[in-house]
Design a protein around this ligand. Structure first.
Ligand SMILES: C[S@@+](CC[C@H](N)C(=O)[O-])C[C@H]1O[C@@H](n2cnc3c(N)ncnc32)[C@H](O)[C@@H]1O
Length: 251
């Protein structure tokens, strides 16, 4: 889904994906964070919904086999250039891998796109060997507000009242994990370097209908928040970069 809630055509999105999602700095930060949670030494890592492979490539190590899977041929075509022998086309709900086949699964920025993340989590758990680790991003919509700021304070009420119940919410992922007997093995975060927005940019994305907790809120309340954002100092200074969260669950 795009920021406005429409389902994105990733085949079409592929050509602008890297440039519009933080590029190499975001990929480097995501891979470094993933590395803190991944097993070290010889192992097989499956990156589900690898997209253009911009993060996947950075998980490669001489002693580690890394495979990316994605259902979009457009995204996968770019990933294949980065990992010539390491990508497979497939759907995350029906992975083309045997049970217990991999030591670790990485899922970066997929769950928030799904109507129901549980079939994907169940499939990830199926291919994971006992003792393996499932690493996924959670709570993507909260990333911009991980740190306190005047923008976070100006928007807090609206977010509290109108934020949708997103599929990548950590409460759902942890509940699923505990019902399946997976335990939390770690947490970390990575910055969306350079993605912080100024108050003016926040007003622009709100007015363009791109922010879910605004599209669901009464117009007068949204207008009031835009007024508050317009009254903040340093209208063109970016506020903190978003901080994207990763959790690790052990099978
Ligand atoms: C936001 S991108 C994330 C790509 C990559 N993980 C990254 O962080 O750069 C989401 C990706 O999920 C893929 N995707 C969406 N639904 C999928 C599914 N059911 N099975 C496999 N891939 C899926 C899309 O094709 C797209 O490449």
């Amino acid at each position: 889904m795009g920021q406005d809630g429409r389902v994105l055509d990733y085949d079409d999105e592929a050509r602008r994906y890297d440039a519009t999602r933080g590029g190499e700095p975001r990929a480097r930060a995501a891979a470094e964070a993933g590395e803190r949670l991944l097993p070290q030494g010889p192992c097989v890592v499956l990156d589900i919904a690898c997209g253009t492979g911009i993060v996947t490539r950075r998980l490669s190590r001489p002693e580690r086999t890394v495979v990316g899977v994605d259902r979009s041929p457009g995204m996968l075509g770019l990933a294949a250039r980065r990992l010539p022998e390491g990508v497979v086309r497939g759907d995350a709900t029906r992975l083309p891998f045997a049970a217990d086949a991999v030591d670790a699964v990485v899922i970066v920025w997929l769950l928030h796109l799904l109507e129901d993340p549980l079939p994907v989590l169940a499939e990830a758990a199926r291919v994971l060997r006992p003792g393996g680790v499932l690493i996924t991003t959670v709570d993507k919509n909260d990333a911009y507000f991980a740190e306190d700021s005047d923008v976070a304070r100006a928007t807090a009420d609206l977010r509290r009242h109108y934020a949708p119940r997103v599929p990548d919410r950590s409460s759902l992922v942890h509940r699923w994990a505990s019902e399946r007997g997976l335990r939390t093995a770690g947490r970390t975060a990575f910055p969306g370097t350079g993605q912080g927005r100024s108050p003016r940019e926040w007003r622009e994305v709100i007015e363009a209908g791109l922010i879910p907790w605004c599209t669901r809120a009464p117009r007068n309340e949204v207008a009031e928040v835009c007024r508050r954002l317009a009254a903040l100092p340093e209208q063109d200074s970016a506020r903190p970069d978003p901080l994207y969260r990763l959790v690790a669950l052990r099978a």
